[in-house]
Design a protein. Structure first.
Lengths: 534, 133
């Protein structure tokens, strides 16, 4: 106070209006909301008003005589202080805004006015915190608004794009659906799909027609394919546990058969070729698709073919049979024994080839019988071991060009089996004859039979020429002959294994083969004890 | 001396059978169809009849049915000798008339046929011998 008076050149005792004005001025400065501090040339406080002392939380008295550098040590090196020094040194006025960090750590924006005078520097401060914050907010807000606007624009255009795409996709899906529906409608096969619980979920017109029940009655009505009657060709109904769709849902494996008959609601029966495929999602079975077609015409053609073969075989057998008997008589004649070697040889050749033709006819007949599904079975209960023994004995008697040892080994107790003994013999003979024919000099053939998990398991092992991995896939097919077989035995018909396999499959059994080319093969037959009709 | 009736329309078969069986000292009678066969059977009463199936005028299955109606014919041994596969139709026709054998010509040798005939004739003579299937 005294300093200001001094600064203002006012005597305390002077009662003039100058002194009063000065006093008023001092009051004003003391109490104004702006901060005011005065520094001497050494940067020491000579005056601070109430606002400053409040703001810096410091006592007026305490501060007086202290250097601003001490009090606001954090100011050293800052722009603020540089300006203060500049103003003091060069006696220039300055005005600026800055953010201050106080001793207690809090920050605030201030506007500063620097006014040098004779004795030092007057610093006026104004707290512009609010103002600054609002300013910043406004700027931020503007910036945000810009961003929002831009984002809004982007979002709008993105949304528009998305909508456009959606529209396109919808159209595409509609088109696809229309196409699929058209396809389903028009394909000549019956198609339906079931969910994992074996309930109809979709069905096409052709399937509806063949089954004789409309989609409305099948879909969403807890109906399953098992409700549609199916039969084997023999006329026997297919039991629920053997139903193809049900089985595929359980096993996850595709099913095919062309020996099934579909019974229409009106009672008419249609032979069909049926394929059932599982629908999998992430390796889980979620449903199945059935595709089937009417094969009546195909069956008729097949039957005509078979009848032709049948008739033809009779027509073929007659002259072949005659040749057979005449040759037999010829070779039995006394004079034949004395005939020149060449004549004997030629006649032998004729006889051999005649037998070959007869064999072919026999096999063709077996095949035609099998193809038509009319393998007439006359099953009886047989003792497997006792039935096999005479077969082995007969096989051993067959003359061969190479010496092969044939042995029979029953292992443990072999269950009795209910099977057609003649066909059973035929199957074993086929396999045994092969094992001998395609064997090596001093080779071995061993037949083992045992109880294999409640089924009869027969293994025929040979040390023969073996079968390549490629050929194994085709070996049970009609007329298939591997190269090794052809070179070893050019006269084979390629039907023996086909016939054997067909018989075994019709009994509900299975033939399989494991072989190593050049080393030998093992044919395994597995037969259920009671033969299931198929 | 045993009598064998051969009912067969195919001459080649008929001829060779006749020649071969004559050598075995059988008396041979031949017929070309079922009708002739019936006549020959009733007049000659052969011990064995070798009967083909596919023949003109009357086929073998018809002849067998007619044959079994007669007193002689009911008991005589009949060997069906054919090249026809025994399908369901034929089996049903034939089974009730009980032929003694159903043989496929092209699947059997003359020797085997001769042996079967011999066995059948021996059965006649000696009832203690096991009957042929």
């Amino acid at each position: 106070m005294d300093n200001i008076l001094k600064i203002l050149g006012i005597n305390k005792t002077d009662n003039s209006s100058e002194a009063s004005i000065a006093l008023i001025l001092k009051q004003v400065v003391d109490n104004m909301s702006n901060g005011c501090m005065v520094l001497d040339k050494d940067f020491k406080f000579t005056y601070i008003n109430k606002t400053i002392s409040e703001q810096s939380n410091a006592d007026q008295q305490r501060l007086l005589g202290k250097s601003i550098l001490e009090e606001y040590s954090e100011m050293v090196g800052t722009e603020v202080f540089r300006r203060i020094q500049e103003a003091m040194k060069n006696k220039i006025r300055d005005q600026f805004e800055d953010e201050f960090t106080f001793k207690d750590g809090h920050k605030a924006w201030y506007s500063m006015v620097l006014r040098p005078f004779e004795g030092g520097l007057i610093i006026l401060t104004e707290h512009i915190g609010e103002k600054k914050i609002n300013e910043q907010k406004l700027i931020s807000a503007n910036q945000n608004l810009d961003v929002i606007n831009k984002t809004h624009e982007q979002t709008s255009s993105t949304m528009i794009k998305v909508l456009e795409d959606l529209e396109k996709t919808k159209v595409a899906i509609d088109n696809e659906r229309a196409r699929d529906e058209a396809m389903l409608k028009s394909i000549g096969e019956g198609v339906f799909a079931v969910d994992k619980d074996n309930k109809f979920i979709i069905i096409n017109k052709e399937a509806e027609r063949m089954i004789g029940i409309g989609a409305a009655k099948l879909i969403g009505k807890e109906k399953s394919p098992s409700d549609v009657p199916l039969e084997y060709i023999s006329g026997e109904p297919i039991l629920v546990e053997d139903r193809p769709t049900r089985a595929v849902l359980k096993s996850g494996k595709q099913f095919f058969s062309d020996k099934i008959v579909l019974v229409n609601k009106n009672g008419s029966k249609t032979p069909i070729a049926l394929t059932v495929t599982p629908i999998k999602l992430n390796n889980k079975i979620v449903g199945a698709i059935d595709v089937f077609r009417d094969i009546t015409l195909e069956k008729q053609i097949d039957r005509a073919k078979t009848e032709f073969v049948y008739l033809a075989s009779h027509q073929l057998r007659t002259p072949l049979g005659i040749i057979k008997w005449y040759i037999e008589s010829l070779t039995a004649e006394k004079y034949f024994k004395d005939a020149p070697v060449s004549i004997k040889d030629y006649v032998t050749e004729i006889s051999k080839n005649n037998e070959r033709l007869l064999d072919l006819v026999r096999n063709l007949l077996s095949v035609s019988r099998i193809d038509e599904g009319r393998i007439r079975d006359e099953p009886q209960e047989i003792d497997v071991v006792e039935t096999i023994k005479p077969i082995i004995d007969e096989i051993k008697k067959i003359p061969t060009s190479i010496h092969v040892e044939v042995s029979f080994k029953p292992v443990g107790k072999v269950p009795k089996i209910f099977i057609d003994p003649v066909k059973f013999s035929e199957v074993l003979e086929n396999l045994l004859v092969n094992a001998i024919k395609y064997n090596k000099e001093n080779g071995k053939v061993e037949l083992r039979v045992k109880d294999g998990n409640g089924k009869v398991q027969i293994e025929i092992k040979d040390t023969g020429i073996g079968i390549s991995k490629e050929d194994v896939k085709h070996i049970f097919g009609k007329f298939f002959r591997s190269e090794g077989a052809i070179s070893n035995n050019p006269e084979g018909s390629g039907l023996g294994l086909y016939v054997a396999n067909s018989y075994v499959e019709s009994w509900g059994g299975k033939i399989s083969v494991k072989s190593i080319l050049g080393k030998g093969s093992v044919f395994t037959i597995i037969l259920p004890l009671k033969i299931k009709r198929q | 001396m045993k009598k064998i009736l051969i009912v067969e329309d195919e001459i080649a078969y008929s001829r060779i059978l006749e020649e071969v069986l004559k050598k075995e000292d059988y008396t041979i009678i031949t017929a070309r169809n079922g009708k002739e066969g019936l006549e020959a059977a009733s007049s000659e009463h052969p011990d064995i009849i070798l009967l083909d199936i596919r023949m003109p005028v009357m086929d073998g299955t018809e002849m067998l049915t007619e044959l079994r109606k007669t007193e002689y014919g009911a008991k005589v041994k009949v060997v069906m000798l054919t090249n026809l596969e025994p399908d369901r139709e034929i089996i049903t026709k034939v089974v009730k008339d009980q032929p003694t054998y159903y043989l496929i010509k092209s699947d059997i040798s003359i020797e085997e046929l001769k042996a079967k005939i011999k066995l059948l004739l021996l059965e006649d003579e000696d009832e203690t011998l096991p009957k042929a299937a």
